[in-house]
Design a protein around this ligand. Structure first.
Ligand code: ADP
Length: 477
């Protein structure tokens, strides 16, 4: 029924397996118990037909020399032909009157007619054969006309009752039945063992999945063998490993984030408590200093939360908005915004921005990438240092390079600086208002827009960050 949402009854794999196995076995056993018997029966019928019809033809041809069939004449012919192996032999005249019957060779004087269908059809000039099998015996009859000068002068009818071959067939049947019972028992046992083995391995996986659902990531499934289930177990183990790693990263992220938020909040609390406790005794200037510090800490809090939000957005894999963005144009905007910060530290800019370097990305996201890189180049620079910003194009790539004459990054730290909340020099970064999130935002954004990021030491001191993107192509429009 369409739209029926009732849960379907659970039918275990083991039951399905056992039923299919049983059905297949029964079909095979049925064929095994019928076909050989049927084929043997047909073979015996054919042998009997050949034997009886040949004998009937031989007797008939001998009798046809008599011209008139008489009981004495027939008896003489029979004597000459010798003993027949058939159960009963009858010879009739054209009217069906029995002239000779091997069952009662000396006529008793009673008039008898052969009313067998075979005898009747033989008198009509046909060769007839009929055979049947029942109650463990074969009953076969053959009739043939006796012809003298194209006239039917009588008929020969042979009947055979064969118990011998019937017994052989019955024995075959019995042997097949016994064999079938053994096969059935064996295959049922084998089927149960097989079903148990397979379902036990599946239950292992099911149990493990249940534990995974309850948050138990550490457990690994060890399945022996070399089949799809082993492969499934391996995939499951990889999945739990990934989940474990993700869970670990999430926990660390939450703990780091709370730690970062806790520090400015504690400072704000301390400062506001000091103001409250001092009552009217605090002079105006100290009060202004405290309030300005509170403002700075609040600013830090809002910067951290903004960055956390950016990272959450990047993690959520929301669909990207892409447009052709002129890299040099965005770089100019960033320089314009950061000039006051650079001036306050006596840092000068040196730029070489090639026009026409277009990237398919989001303008706001690119702004954030360049802003973070240039801000870092100012923050971690030496007094009176230099920041060089270069934009260029090479084949079908567009690149942006930010070089500084600052403190540089030790080689062992170069990979780690892109991790969330990682800072080489915690005190310096904190003093500069950083939380260790800027570069992870840069890396994730660049990767989401199909670009890549690298960092290298600058010859003569300082660092060099380079972002490369595939250049925007006309066809993308
Ligand atoms: P933060 O907010 O602390 O600057 P980032 O993720 O932007 O966080 O940078 C991570 C760390 O990498 C910084 O704390 C700093 O130690 C180091 N770093 C980043 N840029 C530079 C640079 N241009 N020169 C030297 N060190 C840098």
């Amino acid at each position: 029924m369409k739209g029926d949402t009732r849960p379907r009854p659970f039918v275990g794999l083991q039951a399905k397996f056992a039923v299919s196995y049983l059905v297949i076995t029964l079909i095979i056993l049925f064929i095994m118990n019928t076909y050989p018997l049927f084929a043997s029966q047909r073979m015996i019928f054919q042998t009997k037909q050949t034997a009886l019809q040949t004998e009937a033809a031989l007797i008939s041809s001998n009798l046809s020399g008599l011209e008139h069939l008489t009981p004495d004449g027939i008896a003489r012919v029979m004597e000459v032909l010798g003993d027949s192996h058939v159960t009963r032999l009858m010879v009739t005249d054209p009217m069906g009157l029995v002239l000779y019957d091997s069952a009662s060779p000396s006529p008793s004087g009673a008039v008898r007619y052969a009313l067998f269908q075979e005898a009747v059809l033989a008198l009509q000039g046909q060769d007839v054969f009929r055979s049947s099998y029942g109650e463990g015996s074969f009953r076969s009859g053959a009739g043939t006309p006796v012809i003298y000068r194209n006239n039917v002068i009588g008929s020969v009818y042979l009947y055979e009752y064969d118990r011998q071959q019937g017994l052989v067939l019955q024995q075959l049947q019995q042997t097949l039945r016994r064999l079938s019972l053994v096969i059935l028992a064996g295959s049922l046992l084998f089927g149960v063992i097989l079903a148990r083995t397979v379902t036990r391995r599946i239950s292992f996986l099911l149990d493990a999945t249940r534990r995974l659902q309850e948050g138990e990531y550490t457990e690994q499934v060890a399945l022996r063998g070399n089949d799809e289930l082993t492969l499934l177990a391996q995939q499951y183990n990889l999945l739990t490993q990934r989940l474990q790693e993700t869970d670990e990263v999430r926990r660390r992220f939450v703990s780091d984030a709370s730690h970062e938020l806790k520090t400015p909040l504690a400072t704000i609390r301390l400062l506001s408590d000091s103001i409250l406790q001092s009552g009217d005794s605090m002079d105006g200037e100290t009060m202004r200093d405290f309030v300005s510090d509170i403002g700075q800490e609040a600013g830090r809090l809002s910067r951290i939360t903004e960055k956390l939000l950016s990272l959450t957005r990047l993690d959520s894999n929301q669909p990207l908005h892409r447009e052709p963005v002129e890299l040099s144009h965005v770089a100019q905007q960033v320089l314009h915004t950061l000039t006051p910060l650079a001036d306050s530290r006596g840092i000068s800019f040196d730029t070489l921005l090639e026009p026409g370097c277009i990237v398919s990305a989001g303008a706001d996201e690119l702004y954030q990438v360049i802003y973070n890189l240039v801000e870092n180049a100012i923050k971690y620079n030496c007094p009176e240092g230099l920041v060089r910003l270069l934009v260029g194009r090479e084949d079908d790539r567009v690149w942006l390079r930010v070089e500084d004459t600052g403190i540089g990054i030790p080689e062992s730290e170069r990979e780690k600086i892109f991790d969330r909340f990682y800072r080489v020099d915690k005190a310096r970064s904190r003093a500069a208002g950083g939380a260790g999130l800027g570069l992870s935002i840069v890396r994730d954004t660049v990767h989401r827009f199909g670009g890549w990021l690298s960092v290298s030491p600058r010859v003569g001191g300082g660092s060099c960050f380079q972002v490369t993107f595939p250049a925007w192509k006309e066809e993308e429009a």
